[in-house]
Design a protein around this ligand. Structure first.
Ligand code: AMP
Ligand code: GLY
Length: 435
C-alpha cells in the first residue's frame, strides 16, 4: 500500500489524484491545500487544510500519516523549499529541491542554465536591477522586446512589446514599476513564432518525454488581452503539433535532457519530477521561452488524460531513480482542454458567485472553487477545466465545448482554442515565417 500525498487543489491536482487513484498499485491518497476541492475530497482518504507553503505543517502531517511519496502540484511550495524539508525528514518527493526549482522561480537562472548547455536556444537578453541602460538595450533590440519580472508571477509578470506595451515609454514605465518594488527584471529579444510545451518525467538521470501541447496564455479569443495562467490547451493524436517537424520535437526533447543534466552539474542536486520546457519555433529554429519545475496547468489534463502507463508506477520510478526501466506510453488521441474563468479574469475577476456543474463528470476538473453551505463558489482564479478527447481533434474540441456548456456561473472561456480556424491560421503563419 502506497500512501501518496498531493500538494495543491487545482484542476492539475484533480488530474494527478485521479491518475494515482487509477493505478494498479494499491494506494491511499492524501491532500493538503488551503481550500477543499470537492473532486479531490471524493477520492482522498484525508484532506488537510493548510497553506501548502507552510513547510513545518506539511512535514509534520506527512510524518503523522506515514506518507511514502509526495507529489507537488504548483510552484510556490517548490520555491519555499518544501521538497528539501520533506526529504530531510525522510519523505520522498516528485518535485525538485528549491535550488533546482530555480529553473522556474528565477528567469535569469533559467537563462544562465540554458546558456551553459545550449546557448543557441536563448534569445538575446540583459538583466537589470535599475532603469539605467534599459532604454538603450530596448533600442538595440529594435524596439521589439519583452520585459520579464525575475520571479514567480503566475505567468503574469511578462509584458511583450507591440502587445502589452505599445511603445518604449510604456516599457520603461513597467520597468520602473518593478524597480520601485525592489525587483529584478530581464529585457529579452521578442521571439516570433509558435509556442509549444514539452514536459518530461525526470529521475535525475533519465528523461521520458510526454506529447507536446500548445497552451493559450492570452485571456481572450484571437490571442488578445492580458497574459493568464493558461486559458486552454490542445494536443494531436500523433503527439506532435501540425506546425512542428519530428526534428523540432527531437530538438526540444534534447534541450530538456541537456537542461536536466546541467541542473545536476550546476547545483549538485538531481532534478526529480516533471520538467516543463516552454518553447517557440522561430525562423531561426526552436528557442526556449521559459522553464517550469512541475506539470503545466492545463497541460497536465491533456497528457494525464491519455497516459496509458501506470502513473503511480512512474512516480515511484522517479523517486527511486529507475525511470529508464519504466514504460511511459500515451494513447494516440487528440485532446482539447478549455478553462472557464470568472468574468473580469485575470485583472479584476468576479469572486464568491455560485458555480453550477456536474461534479461527477470525469471530463470536468474543478480548480479555484470552494464549498460553502453546500454551495460551490468561485474563488477568483481559473474556475474549472473541461477536457475533450477523441481520435479526431475537431471532435475533441466539440466535446470540450459541450462540457463547457454544462457549467454555469459568471464565467467566460475561449471558444477558439482547438478550433480548425485557429489551428489553420497558426500553421499558415508558421509557413509564412519559415518562408
Ligand atoms: P513566461 O512566463 O516566460 O512563459 O512568459 C509568458 C508568455 O510571454 C509566453 O508564453 C510568451 O507568450 C511570452 N514571452 C515570453 N518570453 C518571450 C520572448 N522572449 N519572446 C516572445 N514572447 C515571449
Ligand atoms: N500552462 C502554463 C503553466 O503551467 O505555467
Amino acid at each position: 500500500m502506497k500512501k501518496v500525498l498531493v500538494l495543491g487543489s487545482g484542476a492539475r491536482e484533480v488530474a494527478i489524484t485521479r491518475s494515482v487513484s487509477q493505478s494498479s498499485i494499491k494506494n491511499a491518497i492524501f491532500c493538503i491545500s488551503k481550500d477543499i476541492n470537492p473532486q479531490i475530497n471524493d477520492i482522498c482518504e484525508d484532506y488537510h487544510v493548510c497553506d501548502i507553503s507552510d513547510i513545518g505543517n506539511v512535514v509534520s502531517y506527512s510524518k503523522e500519516k506515514e506518507i511514502d511519496l509526495v507529489i507537488v502540484g504548483p510552484e510556490n511550495p517548490l520555491a519555499s523549499g518544501v521538497v528539501n524539508a520533506l526529504e530531510r525528514a525522510g519523505v520522498k518527493c516528485v518535485g525538485p529541491k528549491k535550488e533546482v526549482a530555480m529553473i522556474e522561480t528565477s528567469k535569469s537562472f533559467a537563462r544562465m542554465i540554458v546558456d551553459l548547455c545550449c546557448p543557441e536556444k536563448n534569445p538575446q537578453r540583459k538583466e537589470f536591477v535599475s532603469i539605467g541602460g534599459v532604454k538603450n538595450f530596448m533600442e538595440i533590440l529594435g524596439g521589439e522586446y519583452v520585459i520579464k519580472f525575475d520571479g514567480l508571477m503566475g505567468g503574469k509578470g511578462v509584458r511583450v512589446s507591440g502587445e502589452h506595451l505599445k511603445n518604449i515609454n510604456e516599457g520603461l514605465n513597467y520597468a520602473n514599476e518593478i524597480v520601485s518594488g525592489g525587483g529584478k527584471f530581464l529585457v529579452e529579444e521578442k521571439l516570433i513564432g509558435e509556442e509549444f510545451s514539452l514536459m518530461s518525467f525526470v529521475d535525475g538521470k533519465t528523461c521520458k518525454h510526454m506529447p507536446v501541447v500548445q497552451d493559450h496564455k492570452r485571456a481572450f479569443d484571437g490571442d488578445t488581452g492580458p497574459n493568464t495562467g493558461g486559458m486552454g490547451t490542445y494536443s494531436f493524436g500523433n503527439h506532435s503539433l501540425p506546425f512542428l517537424t519530428k526534428e523540432d520535437i527531437l530538438e526540444a526533447q534534447k534541450t530538456n535532457e541537456l537542461v536536466a543534466k546541467q541542473l545536476l552539474k550546476h547545483t549538485g542536486s538531481p532534478y526529480v519530477g516533471v520538467l516543463y520546457g516552454g518553447f517557440m519555433l522561430t525562423k531561426n529554429g526552436v528557442k526556449v521561452i521559459e522553464y517550469n519545475a512541475r506539470f503545466g496547468d492545463p497541460e497536465a489534463m491533456n497528457v494525464l488524460s491519455i497516459l496509458k502507463s501506470d502513473f503511480l508506477s512512474i512516480c515511484i520510478s522517479l523517486i527511486e531513480g529507475k525511470l529508464e526501466k519504466e514504460e511511459v506510453l500515451f494513447d494516440e488521441l487528440a485532446t482539447v482542454c478549455k478553462y472557464v474563468v470568472p468574468v473580469g479574469y485575470p485583472n479584476n475577476p468576479a469572486k464568491g458567485f455560485e458555480v453550477f456543474c456536474d461534479q461527477n463528470d470525469p471530463s470536468l476538473f474543478l480548480a479555484s472553487v470552494m464549498l460553502k453551505n453546500q454551495k460551490l463558489l468561485a474563488c477568483g482564479s481559473r474556475t474549472a477545466a473541461v477536457i475533450g478527447k477523441n481520435k479526431d481533434i475537431w471532435k475533441a474540441e466539440a466535446f470540450s465545448e459541450e462540457g463547457v456548456s454544462n457549467i454555469s456561473g459568471k464565467l467566460f472561456h475561449r471558444k477558439d482554442i482547438g478550433t480548425k480556424d485557429l489551428i489553420d491560421s497558426r500553421v499558415k503563419r508558421m509557413k509564412e515565417l519559415l518562408g
